[in-house]
Design a protein around this ligand. Structure first.
Ligand code: ATP
Ligand code: MG
Length: 439
């Protein structure tokens, strides 16, 4: 990827234009981190870029961004620009082409405003981003109050970069961030969701949430999570502390780190604040799984998650306590539990949940061991039914509420291994539900 990105710069320069790498890739290169993607800035206009590279797509022609494909990679080639006046805390009224300096000064944070010429290794850094990398600081380019007022998404970006890189937020930047936290309301739920997801799946998510909390953003965006703070738990199972502390540990422990597992970890105990009860000898949260699933659904809808994500995440929240009884399940219950579409994520959350408190993994080992046995045996967890509704009609039963009861009972016996053939199933039905009781 780096070779192709160098080639693009070379071709632009050969055509007489200025071109350099800029933004996240330069920051990450200076920090010795792996580069995710390489953005190129140039004084060539999108029209020039098209003439030089032929087949390019315009990502946002009005923003001067072209997508150049080379060697299987796609690069954003953006014309230097300066932003016009910003309206409603989120977008510039107009965009005009400008100089490299103006392009640096419209960027959000100093560490994101460094240019690198990949052919000479020359750095252009008008906002002293290198100094802030050295000092490990997130600082806005120019006046923080103005920059956050221009675009409130930067409030979340500041926290995301501070957490991911483990940088401090420079005091004046932080002061403005706290002051302008309420302007986050101007940002669309989708963009907020995407920033929060990047914080959750990225490095140091607990640090991101601590910063969201102290800035006031957590109470504005996720009051249900802020409500976990100070909610005590029983010492015996939860030596780690309150529900918020436990949740943060759970997020840090969850593996693999996908949007679904990380949001499920964040939300698994969201029903606890509302179900807290203290008796003489202990603290309980009866029904917090079901209550939590409902609260989680509200949060996820508000943040415009897809129906598929909502279904999966709320199912995980609703199921997360079931592991406690795993040793008492019969074969049928176990197999039905293992057949859920979220079973791997259920296991991931349960494991992280245990590691975030008592650390005992006996139930996790039991259930994941059973799942592995099935996967290795190639025996389906849920085999095709011995009899279907149509078979029952063929046997002379009339469709009705009894059908579901019979089919459930047949599945129970089949999964427990007490019925193994269609013939046995027919006999079982005939004995248990003789015709006179059904008509
Ligand atoms: P990541 O590694 O998360 O992709 P990044 O720095 O590359 O980090 P992007 O969102 O990809 O971040 O944006 C690329 C660059 O565009 C940033 O480095 C920054 O210079 C600029 N930028 C992005 N969003 C904003 C914004 N809201 N306001 C000002 N500049 C921005
Ligand atoms: Mg990027």
């Amino acid at each position: 990827m780096q070779e192709q990105a160098r080639q693009i710069v070379r071709r632009l320069k050969d055509a007489g234009f200025d071109a350099r790498w800029v933004g996240g890739c330069v920051r990450d290169a200076l920090l010795g981190r792996t580069l995710k993607d390489i953005d190129i800035a140039t004084d060539a206009t999108p029209g020039d870029v098209r003439r030089i590279f032929g087949d390019v797509k315009f990502a946002g022609a009005s923003f001067g961004v072209s997508l150049v494909h080379l060697g299987g990679h796609t690069f954003e080639v953006a014309t230097f620009r300066r932003d016009g006046r910003y309206v409603d805390c989120r977008r510039p009224e107009s965009v005009e082409y400008g100089t490299a300096r103006q392009d640096a000064l419209r960027r959000d944070f100093t560490i994101n405003a460094i240019f690198l010429d990949p052919l000479t290794n020359e750095i252009f850094d008008p906002a002293d981003g290198q100094g802030d990398i050295e000092r490990r600081l997130i600082r806005t380019v120019r006046e923080p109050r103005e920059r956050f007022a221009e675009d409130a998404l930067r409030l979340l970006r500041a926290i995301r970069f501070a957490a991911r890189l483990d940088f401090a937020i420079e005091p004046r930047t932080w002061e403005a961030l706290v002051e302008l936290a309420p302007t986050i309301r101007a940002i669309s739920p989708e963009r907020i969701r995407d920033e929060l997801t990047m914080m959750l799946v990225g490095e140091h998510p607990a640090r991101a949430f601590a910063l969201l909390d102290t800035s006031g953003l957590l109470a504005l965006l996720l009051p249900e999570i802020a409500a976990m703070k100070g909610v005590e738990q029983g010492e015996r199972y939860h030596p780690e502390g309150d529900v918020f502390v436990h949740t943060m540990l759970c997020i840090e422990n969850v593996e693999p780190r996908t949007p679904v597992t990380c949001w499920a970890a964040l939300l698994h105990d969201v029903g606890k604040p509302g179900t807290f009860a203290r008796s003489a000898d202990r603290i309980t949260f009866y029904g917090h799984d079901a209550v939590g699933a409902r609260i989680a659904e509200g949060i996820l809808r508000r943040l415009r998650f897809s129906n598929d994500d909502i279904r999966r995440i709320t199912a995980i929240v609703a199921r997360h306590m079931r592991f406690m009884q795993a040793h008492d399940w019969n074969a049928a219950t176990l197999r039905r539990f293992l057949s859920a579409e979220t079973i791997h994520e259920d296991l991931a959350i349960h494991r992280a949940d245990c590691l975030a408190c008592h650390g005992k993994l006996a139930n996790w080992e039991f259930v994941s061991g059973k799942l592995r046995e099935f996967e290795e045996s190639h025996e389906p967890v849920l085999p095709p039914p011995l009899l279907t509704g149509n078979d029952l009609i063929g046997l002379g039963y009339r469709p009705g509420p009894l059908f579901a009861e019979i089919l459930a009972s047949l599945q129970e016996e089949q999964l427990n291994g007490t019925l193994t053939s269609t013939e046995e199933a027919r006999q079982f039905v005939a004995e248990k539900w003789p015709f006179e009781t059904t008509s």
